[in-house]
Every structure is written in C-alpha cells, then in structure tokens.
Design a protein around this ligand. Structure first.
Ligand code: M3P
Ligand code: FE
Length: 310
C-alpha cells in the first residue's frame, strides 16, 4: 500500500546514566544535532536529514534501557481510526494530550505484548533538514553532516516476550508485513521477527527474551557501506566499545557495526539492504544458519549479540 498509517519510528527515548558522557557520544562523536534540553534535563537530538524537530530523547536514570518508542502516523484521522482497533486487539490505550511531549501533538500510548511502551503521534514540529523546500539542493552546509554522517534514525530492535503477538498486532492492526523471521529449526518457534510498514527491510524488530521490555539496539542510517567503514575509523579513534565490527547482516542485508553508548545501550550504524515490497513472502532463517543470518561475512553467531540487552 502507499505509505499511510504508521510512517516510521519517529522517536526513541533512551535512559542513560551520565548525560555528559552521553552528549559526547551521541552529539560530539556520532554527530547527531542537539536541538533542545527540557526543564527535566532530557536532551533531544535529530539527524541531519530528518525534518521533524527531534528523533532521539535521552533521559538520565539509574539504569540504561528504553523508556518508550513512538511511530509517527500519517495524520490525526489515522490516530482516531487506529484507537478502536488497538483496543479490539486487547490493549489498553492511554491518551496523552498535545504538548505533554515537547513539540508534539496528541499521542496514543499502549504496552506491547513484548512489554515495550509504544506511542503513536501524528504531529511534531517540523524544522526541516536545512536545505529548504524550494529548489532545495542536495548537500547541506559543512557543519550539518558531521561525525558518523548519520542521515536518519532508521529502526529499533527490542527484546521481549510474546513476540508472535507483536507480529499479530503489527500485521493485523498496523498493516505491516513480516519481512523476515528467524526460527528455531526444531521447534519452529520464532526467535526474531522483522516487521516492515514501508519499503525498508524492517522498521521495527523483536527478539525473543525471557524478560519483557528489553532494548537490543537503535539503528541509524548512513549513506553507504563506505560510510560504515569511515564510522568504524572514528569508533576506533574514540575507543568506543564495539560489539560487532563491520559486517553484513544476512537478515536485511545491511552493512553494519554494533557498538555501545557509555551506558551500555547498543547502537548500530548501517547502510544498504534490499527494498521490501508487500508482495514478497516472508524470508525465513532457521538456527542451522544462525551465524549467516546475523553476520553473513563470517557466518559466526555472537554470544553477546544474543544475550546483552539493556
Ligand atoms: C539487524 C539489522 C538478527 C539480525 C538483526 C539485524 C537479530 O539489526 O539492522 O538488519 O538476527
Ligand atoms: Fe538493526
């Protein structure tokens, strides 16, 4: 379908334990743009090629992890139409008035079967990407693209329980496709599910975990695999802890690096991957090919990748 309904992950709110170190990481080193600090000390960032005011929110807390994630939807009517469908699915829906979240219109909030707090909103103040809207050109000023050359927030991967129920919610209510899944080769149980509401290989993904509400990673899009290697150079320069160095996922075919922020939250930068269309059947990987599904260039599964979550 044409892209209406849920558009993209537009906001990810992450708990960090030291705001000074986090600002150095997300701002100075990765190159996201700090756009605001609110009265409670939360710090807001955007990537250069996003048009909305912010996409990442950092909150200082005693433990790392995910506070919530939010999808932007097409318009206010989409919110109105979705609410009864989410309730009919069996989830309680909370209303959050416009302005409670800065620069944002009203929101719906509900708890996913996997134990993650998810929100939907239709409006957020738009500030543009500095290129303007009339004859915009293609390259912003030098200071705009910096650090890891991040174009935009791309997806989140979350760990939790009942991930097949999440798949039902996203496919039946939000009209997403299950683009890929990883299953246990004996029991056929879902271990990881990848959901697309667009032409991206995934907009959100869930991995099965014994505990609900865990955070696996937030991922940022770079322009090319070359930029992934250049980001790796900076990761080395700054001694940022690496989980998995440059590689390519089998799932999604993205060129990737996983690394950690100063609080232990996993970040990813990636590029490429295929174009997903809704008439393609679900790609299935099983655990006989766990290494190739996760890291295709050395077909080696990583223990940390499967067990370290915040
Ligand atoms: C990604 C990605 C797994 C693969 C994860 C893939 C959990 O994070 O961005 O393509 O098998
Ligand atoms: Fe990812």
């Amino acid at each position: 379908m044409a892209l209406r309904g849920l558009l993209r992950v537009g906001e990810v709110a992450i708990r960090v334990m030291d705001m000074k170190l986090s600002r150095r990481h997300y701002g100075d080193r990765m190159g996201l743009h700090e756009v605001m600090e609110d009265a409670d000390g939360r710090v807001y960032y955007k990537a250069w090629d996003e048009h909305d005011h912010h996409s990442i929110v950092l909150r200082q807390a005693d433990s790392p992890g995910l506070d919530y994630f939010a999808f932007k939807v097409y318009d206010d009517k989409t919110l109105t139409d979705l609410e009864p469908k989410i309730r009919a699915f069996g989830l309680e829906v909370k209303h959050i008035a416009a302005g409670v979240y800065p620069k944002s219109g009203r929101r719906l909030e509900f708890m996913l079967p996997s134990g993650h707090r998810m929100q939907l909103y239709a409006h957020k103040e738009q500030v543009g990407n500095t290129l303007g809207y009339l004859n915009p050109g293609v390259v912003p000023d030098e200071h705009v693209i910096r650090g890891f050359n991040i174009n935009r927030l791309d997806h989140v991967l979350l760990g939790g329980t009942n991930i097949d129920d999440n798949v039902r919610l996203f496919t039946e209510v939000f009209e997403f496709d299950l683009s890929e899944k990883l299953i246990d080769h004996e029991s056929k149980a879902s271990l990881a599910v990848f959901l697309s509401g667009s032409t991206k290989p995934h907009d959100v993904a869930f991995v099965l975990q014994p505990e609900p509400g865990r955070f696996h990673h937030v991922s940022f899009l770079l322009e090319s695999a070359h930029d992934v290697i250049k980001a790796a150079d900076r990761i080395g320069k700054y001694r940022i802890p690496v989980d998995v160095g440059p590689n390519r996922h089998g799932v999604t075919r993205g060129a990737t690096i996983y690394f950690f922020d100063p609080s232990g939250n996993r970040n990813e930068v990636f590029a490429e991957g295929y174009v997903h269309y809704p008439d393609t059947q679900t790609l299935v990987w099983d655990t006989t090919e766990l290494g190739a599904a996760t890291f295709h260039q050395d077909f080696t599964p990583r223990e940390s990748f499967l067990t370290v979550l915040t």
